[in-house]
Design a protein around this ligand. Structure first.
Ligand code: ZN
Length: 240
């Protein structure tokens, strides 16, 4: 499978603490474990020409991972439209953490998914597996404990997910729908909450397992080109 991992790649360069957690960038960490899982992985970042997401790159991408936070507004609308069109054609997407407020996720959801509660105070997060037979939960137990994470809380302004696989509890009392599956056009989208840049979340083996499973789930399968529009000749298969 061809996977492209897109990262804004700003926190790692501007904050020493984040650079230490992710010396190769968040995209480098994610690319490493997906490569180890046997996939053909490339990375793209905001400051590359066309944000690294040329038509050619997207045409050759089965699943696109997306991490962004401080520069959602710098992502060009024409690139957002290009990614959206590829999802409609069947490309899978895995949207991570603060990517909930990205232009592409909001366009795919049709809602202001930037609405949620949040707090950064090193609270514990327990992610509960609420869909054990789902392919994304393969090999995952009853829960995953993340010792310290940014707290997110409901209400999370998203449409009802087509499938919910994880719900998180936080030490402060909040709960959050932290693993949500959506279908848009012919594409599949997985939103995964963990991954605040100052904590080593994407180094955790259970998190890597979920994201590797998510790529498998989201990949396009058996797509054929769809013909639509005006058909002047009636379609008759049965000869009388
Ligand atoms: Zn965050």
């Amino acid at each position: 499978m061809n996977i492209t991992v897109w990262n804004e790649y700003r926190h790692e360069l501007s904050e020493e603490k984040v650079g230490k957690v992710y010396p190769k960038g968040i995209h480098g960490c994610i690319a490493d474990f997906l490569t180890a899982a046997g996939h053909n992985v490339t990375t793209a970042t905001l400051d590359m020409p066309e944000h690294g997401l040329t038509q050619e790159v997207l045409d050759n991408t089965d699943v696109l991972f997306w991490w962004g936070h401080m520069a959602h507004g710098e992502v060009k609308d024409e690139i957002v439209d290009r990614v959206y069109k590829r999802v409609m054609e069947g490309m899978g997407m895995v949207v991570l953490h603060s990517g909930h407020a990205s232009k592409i996720f909001q366009k795919l959801m049709g809602t202001n998914s930037g609405f949620l509660r949040w707090r950064e105070n090193d609270e514990k997060e327990i992610m509960w597996n609420v869909n054990p037979s789902h392919p994304i939960m393969k090999g995952i137990g009853a829960n995953i404990v993340i010792p310290q994470e940014e707290t997110y809380g409901e209400w999370f302004h998203i449409p009802q997910p087509d499938e919910l696989v994880l719900i998180s509890w936080f030490e402060g009392g909040e709960v959050f729908r932290s693993g949500c599956c959506f279908r848009r056009g012919m594409g599949k989208i997985f939103y995964f909450k963990p991954g605040h840049e100052t904590y080593p979340i994407y180094h955790m083996p259970e998190v890597q397992k979920i994201l590797t499973n998510a790529a498998e789930w989201a990949k396009p399968e058996g797509l054929v080109p769809i013909k639509a529009g005006h058909f002047p000749e009636p379609f008759v298969e049965i000869k009388r």
